[in-house]
Design a protein around this ligand. Structure first.
Ligand code: SAH
Length: 329
């Protein structure tokens, strides 16, 4: 088959069913395999990602390659990652004539707290060798891993400028949630710390095959690490604070912070900080905005560390390191 013919094959349920049957395989629920079959949405994604010919893209979940080939024909290079060996083989066949696609058969996550380091170094090396400044992430993310993947991508050091993601609708609601709401939690704080999120479209289950049980949404995530994240001098400590707050949502901020067991920081100190921030003593931590959480963490951090240690002390690290598994899910 020529490339033109391959490009022309629409990824409709009938076509996909036939491809799967021929190979004696079936979509695997465990890997969140719901393939995008709505041709209008598929072709709109490169536009939503404002793809240009010098863009480099990372796609998580190649699947049958329906989105991958559209991305490849509009960009410089695509790194696409697929955990399922059978789908990796299938998409390798479908995509074999594209010279600008690197297919990787691996799990994007090493653990819930860490992206696969081999994949990261592969991409890092490529962008260094090709003098690529930034990359874009475009992905129909498998539902079961979207939260840890998003958090790790945001916290990580890949030079990502922009992401276009298809996600379970509830996850996009949590990313955008405002303080004090039920949806506002660790995912909201980390997302808003590093980026700005815009929901482009909500998607009915009918645009996927097999049909998932949930609604989805297509979001644009514009990374702006300098806005908030640049103001946090000690990430691990900031992480501990938000963890303390969101694992005891019904407690007052004061009581949540006491869980941190900071010997030098007394209840009186906390009262002073809260007064200075014009926060009511009975306020719950879950009603603090990202800017307020940063302010709080910086103020407590100053008390916690003797002044001579504060200068030039920028601690980098991963907020997610302090979270339990259940919290990331
Ligand atoms: N992009 C395709 C497929 C989306 S379905 C499309 O839009 O049609 C999600 C894909 O992610 C599946 O192919 C699934 O096998 C893959 N996947 C699931 N978990 C993964 C993981 N941990 N790492 C990499 N790929 C994964």
């Amino acid at each position: 088959m020529s490339q033109k013919e391959i490009d022309f094959i629409p990824h409709t349920p009938a076509v996909l069913k036939q491809i799967f049957e021929r190979r004696g395989i079936a979509p695997n629920k465990r890997f969140g395999q719901n393939f995008l079959i709505d041709q209008n949405i598929l072709v709109s994604i490169p536009d939503i990602a404002t793809l240009k010919e010098d863009d480099v893209i990372m796609e998580i979940g190649t699947g049958t390659g329906g989105l991958t080939r559209l991305l490849a024909s509009r960009s410089r290079h695509v790194f696409t990652i697929e955990v399922d060996k059978k789908l990796f083989e299938l998409s390798s066949d479908i995509l074999k004539l594209y010279k600008n696609i690197t297919l990787i058969n691996a799990d994007i996550l090493k653990t819930k707290h860490e992206l696969n380091p081999d994949i990261l170094s592969l991409i890092h090396n490529w962008i260094r060798e090709h003098s690529q400044a930034q990359i874009k992430v475009v992905s129909n993310l498998p539902y079961n891993i979207s939260t840890p993947v998003i958090i790790n991508l945001l916290e990580g050091d890949l030079p990502i400028s922009f992401m276009v993601l298809m996600l379970q609708k509830e996850i996009t609601e949590r990313m955008k949630a405002i303080p004090g709401t039920r949806e506002y939690g660790i995912l909201s704080v980390i997302t808003q710390l590093f980026s700005e999120v815009e929901v482009v479209k909500t998607l009915s289950p009918d645009v996927f095959w097999p049909r998932p049980a949930v609604h989805s949404a297509l979001v644009k995530v514009v990374i702006h690490k300098e806005k908030y994240a640049g103001r946090v001098t000690d990430y691990p400590f900031f992480g501990k604070i938000i963890y303390a707050i969101f694992t005891s949502r019904r407690k007052t901020l004061m009581n949540s912070l006491e869980k941190l067991n900071l010997p030098i920081v007394s209840r009186e100190h906390l009262k002073v900080i809260m007064k200075e921030m014009q926060l009511d003593e009975r306020i719950r931590g879950e009603s603090l905005s990202v800017a307020q959480l940063i302010h709080l963490s910086e103020a407590i951090g100053k008390l916690k560390n003797p002044p001579d240690e504060i200068s030039n002390r920028i601690k980098l690290g991963k907020i997610s390191d302090v979270f339990d598994q259940h919290f990331i899910e």
